[in-house]
Design a protein around this ligand. Structure first.
Ligand code: 6PG
Length: 244
C-alpha cells in the first residue's frame, strides 16, 4: 500500500495529471476484468477532470461501456439540479463519454424517494448488486476542513461502520442533506485519487498526511487505497508540507 503526493503547478495540471492516471488505470483494469468500478466526486476538480479526460488521447482507447460509475457522495437534491454532483460532472464532460446508462448509478433525489435514508438504502442496493462494494478507483475532492465525500469533521456520519452508505443530515456545508459512502465503503478501493488545489487547503493537506492524523478531525486521513493512495495537489495546496 503506497501513498504518494504529486505536486503540480496549477489546478489545471492537477486535473490533467489525474485524468491521465485514471485513463491509464482504467485501461489496465479492463485488460484483466470485465468491468471497472469507479466512485466519483463533486467539487470543482471532480468536475474539471472530465474535460481533461476528454482531452486525453488515451480516453478513446477505454471501453467506457464497461466502466460502472457511482458517486462517493451526492447532495440530496432533485435529479438534474445544478447543485448536484452528478449534474456538475455531466456538464463538465462526463455525459459525453460513451457510458452505459444502466451502469451509471445515481443517488435518488427527493422527487423519487421520500427521505435521504431511503435514497441511501436504495443506493447501497445498487452497489451490492454490482460489484459488492469493491472499487477500482475512488476519486475524492477535499474541503478546507478536510472533509471528503460528505464525511465532515466531528460529524456522526463518520461513525457509521455497519453500512456502506449513510444519509447525512445537518451537513456544515450546504445543502444540509446528503447521501455519502461511509469510510467502510470508501476504503474498499484498489486506488484512491485525491484531487486538491488552492491555498485554503494547505493546512488540511498537511494534517491529512501527518503520521498521527485522526480521521475524526481530518476525514481525508481516513481513506486509503488497498494498493495506492495518490494525492494530486497544486503547489498552493502543498505549501504546508514539509519536504524531506
Ligand atoms: C460538496 C463538495 C465538496 C468538494 C470539496 C472539494 O459536497 O459540497 O462537492 O465535497 O468536493 O469541497 O471541492 P473543490 O474541488 O472545488 O476544491
Amino acid at each position: 500500500m503506497t501513498t504518494s503526493v504529486l505536486v503540480l503547478r496549477s489546478p489545471q495540471e492537477v486535473a490533467d495529471t489525474a485524468a491521465g492516471a485514471l485513463v491509464d488505470l482504467l485501461g489496465e483494469v479492463l485488460a484483466v476484468q470485465d468491468r471497472a468500478r469507479l466512485a466519483l466526486t463533486g467539487g470543482s476538480l471532480g468536475s474539471r477532470i472530465w474535460a481533461s479526460v476528454l482531452a486525453h488521447p488515451g480516453h478513446a482507447e477505454v471501453d467506457w461501456s464497461r466502466v460502472a460509475l457511482w458517486w462517493g457522495d451526492e447532495r440530496w437534491l432533485p435529479a438534474g439540479d445544478p447543485d448536484r454532483n452528478d449534474t456538475q460532472n455531466d456538464a463538465a464532460g462526463l455525459s459525453r463519454l460513451p457510458l452505459d446508462p444502466a451502469t451509471v448509478h445515481r443517488v435518488a433525489g427527493p422527487e423519487a424517494v421520500s427521505s435521504a435514508q431511503e435514497a441511501a438504502t436504495a443506493y447501497a442496493q445498487t452497489i451490492r448488486a454490482d460489484g459488492g462494494g469493491e472499487w477500482d478507483v475512488v476519486l475524492l475532492g477535499m474541503g478546507p476542513d478536510a472533509h471528503i465525500a460528505s464525511l465532515f469533521p466531528h460529524h456522526e456520519a463518520q461513525r457509521v461502520t455497519d453500512a456502506i452508505t449513510v444519509a447525512v443530515h445537518d451537513s456544515p456545508k450546504p445543502p444540509p442533506t446528503r447521501v455519502s459512502l461511509t469510510f467502510e465503503a470508501l476504503r474498499r478501493s484498489r486506488s484512491v485519487f485525491l484531487l486538491v488545489a488552492g491555498a485554503d487547503k494547505a493546512s488540511a493537506v498537511a494534517s491529512a498526511l501527518a503520521d498521527d492524523a485522526d480521521p475524526w478531525d481530518t476525514p481525508a486521513a481516513g481513506v486509503r487505497g488497498r494498493i495506492e493512495t495518490v494525492w494530486f495537489v497544486d503547489e498552493a495546496a502543498a505549501s504546508h508540507l514539509v519536504h524531506e
